[in-house]
Design a protein around this ligand. Structure first.
Ligand code: MGD
Ligand code: MGD
Ligand code: SF4
Ligand code: MO
Length: 699
């Protein structure tokens, strides 16, 4: 098998084990399980900081399938006469620096947008954002924008830190776990099975707020199957019951919060039955959920994309934060508000400055002191004006944004309103993609550079509960592919006037610089991390870092956090008669833009392509049977997928995964953005659904 895989040159009878196993971190989700090469092109879980018993999920077990896959890019590609053709590294890098150099000369550095990668290491992302800023622009963002940017905005605003307030370990101590808009049983399987589920088995109440019944619901005591886009109605109703039934923590409200009287007056006007009706749920179930949450000694909130990916995503999280603050569930073990982060380094990509408005360590670009500290290290001061977010930038491609450097992201599949994204990419003067595969985004690129997969790199990643862990190589690079860090530093040396700023002995030296620049990583070291972890904010004295945030004071530096008045915001798409709501998301076996998971035969064998969940009554009305091909359409376009007729989804709502369909599911999603965080509304679109034959007849 090894012989037929791309870039691997051994003969057929070579021993299949080509690499020494070394403890590293799973490339998929933000839980951060440790794995290593187990021979025979498979990964095995090894005891690590998160998965103490070496437990992993099916994706972790399949992590090697893409590493030596035939489809791996093994040489640079450049566009000649409209086609991507093989080229030398010299030529490809020259084209990048000449074309982007020209854009900078003619239009200034703000005409270039950098896409950082949540799939890549802290060191790689640190160098990418440094490249942008040394070039003179803050136009750098990562797909946290599409993911938890609204969570980060609301939590930073209220509490002073946009990350899990607590740890996976101490989630296990909760008496009640309130899961809002997340499906951790499928998306964060080891966090769910090894931390949440044991708490539930010990008697904790699990509340699941999700339109659908899924694997998380199976373990839940209370399910609130709300209509997509009605989280504020539901959460305000829960808050109203907490106040009405006197389940609030008076001492905590007094000492640690501000604005209770205002919020209480606002909630007095909330009619629980009316809000329940708008959300499509039973008011008694809302009351039961509020009682379970309010009466628990320790209640933890877990939040995901169902909360964050709305044009009111930031407000949704504000409404959720109110519940924790009203009941004093902050600053103690087993409590808090816990966003489960997406990829294995989406937390780190943001921590190290892969965002347009903050420097490494979340200090604002307009903070002069922070800029000066960075300048002392870099020899160049970063610009003061915040840059563009990803989707904002895409909207401006061909206007004031003329070039893009896309590192380990696939926006042609994963940004909303995909047909508009595709034409936007074609309006660029120059686009360079650094990836493992010839992606849908690479189809619009002028230069495609073959990077390194997770198993071929050294560096660190930061998991969902703020633990920095080390990646170690378990495989050789295929063909002429290069390490991502080497590619980025090579571009930095060619493109900027500060080549010395991109000379490093290796990732450990980059990490050292990061710990000097980003205060939250201050004191960490490669050696100190070892096979374990160091957690931010890192206090060198106690060896591992701070577990529970906001214990005495909030990370804002304040003793109190404000309570917020939040009013419902209707979704951008209004439903016409006969239209259904489409919400999108994931399943256990598949991953994001599908580039990694589609390369695993075993994952694909467990479950096939994208499918549209639709209620039996909605299906029957349209003459749709289970397994039929259906056309899902709206004013933005049309997509064909298989129908999965199931009563696990409410009437009027459909759900589709966004991993594989062609054209992509994001053809249907809208690109109106949350005004604070710039996150799109992936979780609510209006669509018509019809059987494919009827659709063909109509055409
Ligand atoms: N297997 C697998 N695991 C993954 C990923 C993957 O692609 N596959 N991706 C990783 C990434 S990048 C991320 S960000 C995380 C995401 O992890 P999750 O947040 O769990 O992901 P989603 O499936 O997008 O959305 C969660 C749930 O929100 C529900 N939902 C939809 N609309 C609404 C709504 O309006 N309100 C509420 N309350 N709920 C709603 C959906 O039914 C869905 O079950 O997973 C990570 N882990
Ligand atoms: N409809 C809909 N759309 C969504 C969402 C949704 O719920 N619904 N969720 C959104 C969310 S939460 C997210 S996070 C985004 C994800 O959006 P993306 O980040 O665009 O998607 P990914 O598939 O995670 O990864 C992108 C690319 O990274 C490459 N890659 C992986 N590892 C490496 C590496 O080590 N080096 C290099 N150079 N490249 C690498 C992969 O081959 C892939 O092409 O999608 C968003 N889009
Ligand atoms: S739970 Fe996440 S980190 Fe752990 S093995 Fe599965 S995908 Fe990898
Ligand atoms: Mo994500």
């Amino acid at each position: 098998m090894a012989a037929e895989r791309g870039g691997v040159t051994e003969p057929n009878d070579a021993p299949d084990r080509r690499f020494e196993p070394e403890q590293t971190v799973c490339p998929f989700c933000g839980v951060g399980c440790t794995i290593e090469y187990a021979g025979n092109e498979t990964a095995t879980g090894v005891s690590g900081p998160v998965n103490a018993r070496g437990e992993i999920c099916p994706k972790g077990a399949a992590a090697f399938d893409m590493v030596a896959h035939d489809d791996r890019l093994t040489e640079p590609l450049v566009r000649d006469d409209g086609r991507l053709v093989a080229a030398s590294w010299e030529e490809a890098l020259d084209r990048v620096s000449e074309a982007i150099g020209r854009v900078v000369d003619e239009h200034g550095p703000d005409a270039v947008q950098f896409f950082a990668s949540s799939n890549c290491t802290n060191e790689e992302n640190y160098v990418l954002q440094k490249l942008a800023r040394v070039l003179g622009t803050n136009n750098v963002d990562n797909c946290a924008r599409l993911c938890h940017s609204s969570t980060v905005a609301a939590m930073s605003d209220r509490l002073g830190a946009g990350a899990m307030t607590n740890t996976l370990d101490d989630l296990g101590e909760a008496d009640c776990v309130f899961v809002n808009g997340a499906n951790p049983a499928e998306q964060h399987p080891v966090a769910f099975r090894s931390y949440v589920l044991p708490a539930v088995q010990n008697g904790a109440t699990l509340i699941h707020v999700d339109p659908r019944e899924n694997d998380t619901t199976t373990a839940a005591d209370v399910h609130l199957p709300l209509r997509p886009g009605t989280d504020i109605e539901l959460l305000n109703a829960v808050a109203a019951v907490l106040v009405e039934a006197d389940l609030v923590d008076r001492a905590f409200l007094e000492d640690r919060t501000a604005g209770f009287d205002r919020l209480r007056d606002h909630l007095a006007a909330v009619d629980v039955a009316e809000n329940a009706d708008r959300a499509g749920v039973d008011p008694e179930t809302i009351r039961a959920a509020a009682r379970a949450y309010g009466e628990a000694d320790r209640a933890a909130i877990v939040t995901g994309m169902g909360t964050s990916q709305h044009r009111c995503g930031t407000d949704n999280v504000h409404a959720l934060l109110n519940l924790a603050l009203l009941t004093g569930n902050v600053g103690r073990r087993g409590t808090g508000v816990n966003p489960l982060r997406g990829q294995n380094n989406v937390q780190g990509a943001s921590d190290v400055g892969g965002l347009p408005s903050v420097l490494p360590g979340y200090e604002s670009v307009d903070d002069e002191e922070a800029r000066e500290r960075v300048a002392a290290e870099w020899g160049v001061e970063p610009p003061e004006e915040p840059g563009l977010t990803e989707v904002e930038a895409t909207h401006r491609f061909g206007d004031d944004v003329r070039a893009a450097v896309v590192f380990g992201e696939n926006p042609a599949v994963t940004e909303p309103n995909a047909s508009a994204v595709a034409s936007a990419f074609d309006r660029l003067d120059h686009c360079v993609v650094i990836d493992l595969f010839e992606t849908a985004t690479a189809a619009h690129a002028d230069v495609v550079l073959p990077g390194s997969a997770w198993a071929e790199k050294t560096g660190t990643v930061t998991n969902t509960d703020r633990r920095v862990m080390r990646m170690r190589p378990n495989a050789d690079l295929p063909g002429d592919a290069r390490r991502d860090l080497d590619i980025l530093t090579a571009i930095g040396r060619r493109l900027t006037d500060h080549p010395d700023a991109f000379e490093y002995d290796g990732p450990h030296e980059v990490f050292g610089e990061l710990t000097r620049v980003a205060p939250i990583y201050d004191g960490m070291s490669y050696d100190g991390i070892g096979d374990g972890y160091q957690r931010w904010p890192f206090a060198a004295e106690d060896g591992t870092g701070t577990d529970v945030l906001h214990a005495e004071t909030f990370a804002t530096g304040e003793q109190t956090a404000p309570l917020s008045i939040v009013d419902p915001v209707p979704p951008a798409d209004e439903l016409e008669p006969d239209e259904l709501t489409l919400t999108t998301g994931r399943v256990l076996q598949h991953f994001n833009s599908g580039e990694l998971s589609r390369r695993s035969e075993r994952l694909m064998a467990m479950r096939g392509e994208d499918a549209l969940q639709i209620h039996p009554d909605d299906a029957a009305e349209r003459g749709i049977e289970d397994g039929d091909r259906v056309r899902v359409s709206n004013e933005r376009g049309a997509v064909t997928v298989a129908a999965d007729v199931t009563a696990t989804i409410p009437r009027g709502v459909t759900f589709c995964t966004f991993h594989y369909a062609d054209p992509v599911i994001n053809t249907l999603t809208g690109d109106e953005l949350d005004p604070v965080a710039g996150i799109p509304e992936f979780k609510h679109s209006a669509v018509a659904v019809e059987p494919i034959d009827a659709a063909a007849d109509a055409d």
